[in-house]
Design a protein around this ligand. Structure first.
Ligand code: R5P
Length: 294
């Protein structure tokens, strides 16, 4: 087996190859002066099962095209199977037609992956909330893995949380909060969130008793940090002791970490599905395990 990464996930691909004791494949990727991408698979892949790792963050369209070029090239070059690993799956949030005429972007992206030649697909803590499973958008074997057990274990070993309660900042985050809570042997709950705009949310904490307790937020994505910051301010007001935030995908738009820190969040931890200064937990073991189980 050969594991290679696009330019969004070259380090993560290395780690996955190491976990699997597989060969790390070399690729050459360049950008032409007009903005087009060039990709070249350096290793001989004929007759080999190949895994391509590429997260679609920050410049998702660019990374998406790179991934499609890599997968199509691998098929042409004779790879026996091509597993696409997209830890952060951009376009997943548009998984329904909310207004007439909208593109259902998650379906479009799935069709592109399949037509380029992916034979199986893995993602991590994806945001396809309106669908019961990621396999509903694919015709190839497709699985949604989770970094939450690893984030929970990290919290257990590093945060020393007192009387912790794990909180999903909205109802959709309940399964993530539950998983982290299990690792911490703690209670969990969810807040109610109303999104007013892409940068503003309103949070209802319900009747959770927080005095003297530590709050550990668990969410899939931290983007502007607005959700966690607003939630944290309310927790402080209600007497929470320490506030921590865990996320699978630290998108971290500009100012996100400062916004959360100023709101009272003591420590913010994410995975390397998106490389960032808070990516303290690697999702490589989760991905490697998912590949072994295919
Ligand atoms: C939304 O439903 C997600 O689970 C996250 O809560 C959201 O993407 C976080 O965004 P932000 O950090 O911009 O508030």
């Amino acid at each position: 087996m050969i594991v290679l990464g696009g330019s969004a996930s070259s380090d993560l691909a290395w780690k996955v190859a190491k976990e699997l004791n597989a060969k790390h494949g070399e690729v050459e990727i360049k950008k032409f002066p007009d903005g087009e991408k060039y990709v070249r698979v350096v290793d001989e892949v004929k007759g080999e099962p190949v895994v391509v790792v590429q997260s679609l963050y920050r410049t998702p369209d660019e990374y998406l095209v790179e991934l499609l070029l890599l997968v199509d090239a691998l098929r042409d070059l004779g790879a026996t199977t091509i597993t696409g690993v997209v830890p952060y799956l951009a376009y997943a949030r548009q998984d329904a037609r909310f207004k007439p005429g909208e593109a259902i972007s998650s379906l479009t992206v799935a069709k592109l992956f399949e037509s380029a030649g992916m034979t199986s697909f893995l993602t991590v803590d994806t945001h396809l909330h309106r669908l019961e499973s990621v396999s509903k958008v694919f015709h190839i074997p497709a699985h949604n893995l989770s970094s939450m057990p690893l984030l929970g274990r990290y919290a257990l070993e590093n945060l020393n949380a007192k009387k912790p309660v794990v909180v999903g900042p909205d109802e959709e985050a309940e399964p993530w909060a539950a998983t982290v809570a299990k690792e911490l042997d703690a209670d969990h709950t969810v807040f109610r969130k109303k999104r007013v705009s892409s940068t503003k949310v309103e949070i209802d904490t319900g009747d959770l008793e927080m005095k003297g307790r530590d709050i550990v937020f668990a969410d899939d994505i931290i983007s502007t940090g607005g959700t966690i910051a607003e939630s944290a301010k309310l927790c402080e007001k209600k007497g929470a002791r320490m506030i921590y935030a865990l996320c699978s995908h630290p998108i971290l738009a500009e100012g996100a970490v400062e916004r959360m820190t100023e709101a009272g969040v003591r420590k913010i931890v994410g995975t390397d599905s998106i490389p960032s200064p808070i990516s303290k937990v690697s999702c490589a073991p989760v991905i490697a395990d998912g590949i072994r189980r295919l």
